[in-house]
Write a protein that binds this ligand. Structure first.
Ligand SMILES: [Zn+2]
Length: 503
């Protein structure tokens, strides 16, 4: 760690030449590196990719492209998810990239575990049947791992907390919302859900010679969900979770009054619904919101309880992996809302996350970031901050977040966020973890956006990668999935990595 810190300082002094000392572009160039370069830690240049790409294009061909175009040495192989953000071909309604099959897999996509689940690891959970049926008997980890290893590439299994409601057993472990209805997500306090995650991580690490796990969990707590304070969600303040028996028990252990929490969220629901209709409280929207928090501190306590369960799962996954082999590495995907939303930021301490992970994939997606950030401002600007003109709210929020000059609200989706945003958010993460874990910014390569929103160009991709490396990132993760990336953009990322190495 001392070495990396010194290197970052050197980079500030010497510019790109300093960076050249620590960046190599993969196994091939390592072979030709000088002795001094070999002694320095290698940057990890990774890409997220799902099974379908290897099926459609062939394993060796995909790995060739990764090495040659993207300067990639690390594969984040989507191994468990029911979501289309990490798995499947391009999502419906968006243009296909210039590789892979141009046919939609909307009708055949199902999701699940793309490796082979071994029953002994799932004894303590009802979630026993999660094998993905999409590609027959194919085991994607068994297929890709030997081919990647032969090239000296690292392989991490990506596992994501996204389920569907027709999986055997899933209805027994879903969350309960404010009105007592079963919700779609799985309760992170439920012992059988926790046992599933540790079982899955243990299974993958014991059954395959992988380098570790990258865990994706983008779930927000009830406060943010009530406010619609993310970029993607609708404002459904009566549907917040989780009020199940396991959460009630956990609350009791912490001395949180369940009934008061429920009543607090009912009051919050009333406030949000009235705000959405423009029914202004006599003291103003923000004051009324703050008063709710003061009078019902259980609102915050319940939100903290949700986060505690989520972070407990992260810690348990980390511990399970380390029990298999201490040298295996665990990373967490840190969701985009952590970048946009100061309320969410306050609940995520990088220093604390660094105690549970070997690396953090910090989302700094800048192209789709414009559209997402604008959505977030419009969401919070329709309730808690409704008294503030949205353009002013954006400027104010930029200051809170230490963003630089970004586009105006109406132009933000088309403009995207700047490479400077990537630089600042990378630096913030590095400063937060203080060298206690690695920071691999997630770089946006062709993440689908609305019709009039920015689409990644090769120049955008080059600039974002260069900014992350200039900020001192320990590596990168090209995101979200290879099956939505144009090859010219992948090549631009590779060029930026190689140029940084050259200095
Ligand atoms: Zn629960």
């Amino acid at each position: 760690m001392q070495l990396m810190k010194a290197t970052r300082r050197d980079f500030i002094k010497t510019g790109a030449a300093g960076l050249a000392a620590v960046v190599t572009t993969g196994p091939a160039s390592l072979a030709t590196a000088s002795a001094a370069e070999k002694a320095l830690p290698r940057k990890s240049i990774g890409i997220q990719v799902g099974a379908v790409s290897f099926v459609d294009e062939g394993t060796e061909k995909v790995l060739d492209l990764f090495e040659e175009r993207g300067a990639i040495d690390t594969i984040y192989l989507t191994t468990f998810t029911y979501g289309r953000g990490l798995a499947g071909r391009q999502i419906p309604g968006h243009a296909f990239p210039d590789h892979g099959s141009p046919e939609s897999d909307e009708k055949t996509f199902y999701g699940g575990n793309y490796a082979t689940p071994h029953a002994e690891f799932y004894r303590d959970t009802v979630l026993k049947q999660t094998r993905a049926p999409d590609h027959g008997d194919l085991d994607i980890v068994a297929t890709v791992l030997p081919a990647a290893k032969k090239r000296g590439m690292r392989v991490f299994c990506s596992i994501e907390d996204v389920f569907r409601n027709d999986i055997p057993g899933v209805r027994d472990v879903t969350e309960v919302d404010l009105r007592g209805r079963r919700a779609g997500g799985l309760c992170l306090c439920h012992p059988e859900v926790r046992a599933f995650w540790t079982g899955l991580a243990t299974d993958l690490c014991k059954s395959y010679d992988i380098d570790g796990i990258l865990f994706f969990n983008e779930r927000n707590g009830p406060l943010l969900n009530a406010l619609g304070a993310s970029h993607a969600q609708s404002i459904a303040s009566s549907r917040v979770t989780c009020f199940c028996e396991h959460h009630q028990r956990a609350a009791k252990e912490r001395g949180i009054d369940f009934e008061r929490a429920r009543q607090g969220y009912q009051k919050l629901d009333q406030f949000i619904q009235a705000a959405l209709k423009g029914e202004r409280p006599s003291d103003g929207y923000f004051v009324e919101f703050w008063r709710l928090l003061v009078e019902w501190p259980e609102i915050i306590a319940w939100d903290r309880l949700f986060d505690a369960a989520k972070h407990q799962v992260l810690a348990e996954v980390n511990a399970a992996v380390k029990r298999v082999r201490p040298g295996l590495r665990v990373g967490f995907h840190i969701e985009h809302v952590n970048s946009f939303n100061p309320i969410f930021r306050a609940t995520r301490s990088y220093a604390e996350l660094a105690t549970k992970a070997d690396f953090l994939k910090v989302v700094v997606y800048n192209n789709c970031g414009g559209e997402r950030y604008a959505n977030f401002i419009r969401n919070v600007g329709s309730t808690v901050f409704r008294d503030v003109p949205k353009e002013e709210l954006l400027r104010f929020n930029n200051r809170l977040l230490n963003y630089g000059e970004e586009a105006k609200l109406d132009d933000l989706a088309a403009a995207g966020l700047s490479p400077d945003y990537v630089f600042r958010e990378t630096q913030r993460a590095l400063a937060g973890v203080q060298g206690k874990c690695k920071i691999y910014p997630g770089i946006d390569i062709g993440i689908p956006t609305g019709a009039k929103s920015r689409k990644a160009s090769p120049d955008d991709t080059y600039a974002a990668v260069a900014a992350a490396l200039k900020a001192g990132a320990d590596g990168l993760i090209l995101s979200r999935k290879y099956s939505e990336m144009q090859l010219a953009n992948l090549a631009a990322a590779g060029r930026a990595v190689r140029d940084a190495a050259k200095g």
